[in-house]
Design a protein around this ligand. Sequence first.
Ligand code: ADP
Ligand code: ASP
Ligand code: MG
Length: 611
Amino acid sequence: MALIVQKYGGTSVGSVERIQAVAQRVCKTVKAGNSLVVVLSAMGKTTDGLVKLAYEISQNPNSREMDMLLSTGEQVSIALLSMALQELGQPAISLTGAQVGIVTEAEHTRARILHIETERIKRHLNQNKVVVIAGFQGITRTEELEITTLGRGGSDTSAVALAAALCSDFCEIYTDVPGILTTDPRLVPEAQLMDEITCNEMLELASLGAKVLHPRAVEIARNYGVPLVVRSSWTDDPGTWVISPKPRPRPLVNLEIARSVDDVEFDTNQAKVAMLRVPDKPGVAARLFGEIARQDVDVDLIIQSIHEGNTNDIAFTVMALILKQAEAVAAAIAPVLRSQKATENGEAEVMVQQNIAKVSIAGAGMIGRPGVAAKMFTTLAEAGVNIQMISTSEVKVSCVIDNADCDRAVASLRAAFEIEDERRTRGQGDKGTRGKLSPHPPLPPVRGVALDMKQARLAIRQVQDRPGTAAKLFGLLAQYNISVDMIIQSQRCHMINGVPTRDIAFTVARIDAQAAQKMLQQAAAKYGWGEVVLDSAIAKVSIVGAGMVGQPGIAATMFEALAQHQINIQMIATSEIKISCVVAQEEGVKALQVIHTAFGLAGNQSIQVPA
Ligand code: ADP
Ligand code: ASP
Ligand code: MG
């Protein structure tokens, strides 16, 4: 007999008939000899409707009242399912987050779970009842017992957190698609179902816009080793398993806020190639990385900063050993770009830098917890280390620094994040070992493609290039709990009052963009930074795959697909298992479709998503 947590999403409980169908499935699972906790979302688009009502009353609704309002949706569905179960003769009881004791931070509309009291659930389970719990909501531990919500899509997180707290055998997420697909079938009906995906890949996809799982749910599954499967609530098909490595033991207190970094890594075997002033038009990145791929050169990090005038800078890192080869390719391409006469700020130029190192913190939920990257930057600043390039992702934040600073950087990061086990810290020439994530079977280079249409881009011009700048900037954003991705510092340097300055651009969720811009404008006035520019009309399209490590040509295929369709790339940022490009908002869907096709991910069957 197993203890199972099943979660049903909005469409799966969208009508009385659907709730009755869910009740049938629940009964069947109980009859097979299992104990069951069921977590529900609100019916259909109820939560959207509640949000709309709030905005009809206020342009800036109070977040406490918002939680009071939004938490009502789930209360309806749990009561109805409990009744439907009782009608089938199955004892059941519905409980709100407060009644269970799902204790969260007092952070309205985006609260993280601190711990879950399990006594009452266990008591009801022992009485052979199905316990039906409202997802997405919790309660603060303060005297006032305030209702909180976890953030949109948060019922997945409630379910996996309950599975972890109850030490359940597994957690099933029932939804309106057959499982996790290579991309959103609403945009690409030929998306293919996968049998399994690693938790790191799923963390990246979820945080890059694949709505099928809430990123924090994957984070908890990874951290506590909860077996997790996504399935259709319309069929009995097996769905997709999210595979987590054996976790290190961790307590169930501070469930979502404890220790997010579990390793510090470094690689002193890196070199950087930068191409300055390349034309800002479709096909340039494709041409450069296409040629690099033909030479079989494996590129690690790639960044393309936002344009200045009508040109961009592109920089990438390679293993030091192949720097000469990479430089030769870049140098051969530069005159071709130059002859296009697209540059008005000067000519394309290649710069190389040896003696650089990459230091990284690894874990889960890095983007979702803005304080983590900020702490890394502060730690490096305090150690007097200047950051040359930044790469962010849900599972890793890396900084490219001077080789001479590497030991100092690693030691201070280890101390700051309390990483004691030195044997886990990877050493020189790390690239080779990273390819051996899971030798059997080889992981596909691209597992999935995601589109995020809810992002905005902020750029700050002329920020001083010295230790502590990134710490100041991203520390401020973290104070406001604003998550940041795709952080890019321009390669070009302008001297202002004798101080070198660079532009820094990054993406944030669109709902945070205006608040971030306002706050940064104040900071800019205080610190003497330049203009703070906001562009909300962007789309971020990303590919994710653990198998892309050590495989030349993946970036080139992505950039070539965009170039062939005349889609201009505004920004590029990569981390080990993802590549993201910012394109114009109106080109987002097309970009997703052509990239999905370019990697041969389309199947020959169309996925039908229930309305
Ligand atoms: P639920 O209400 O069940 O939580 P969601 O709407 O939150 O459902 O998530 C399911 C939706 O996620 C699907 O209908 C699909 O449109 C979207 N989706 C986006 N990316 C993917 C993907 N890679 N695989 C499957 N579904 C995806
Ligand atoms: N009902 C909430 C929402 O729509 C939570 C969820 O469905 O996961 O965001
Ligand atoms: Mg959902």
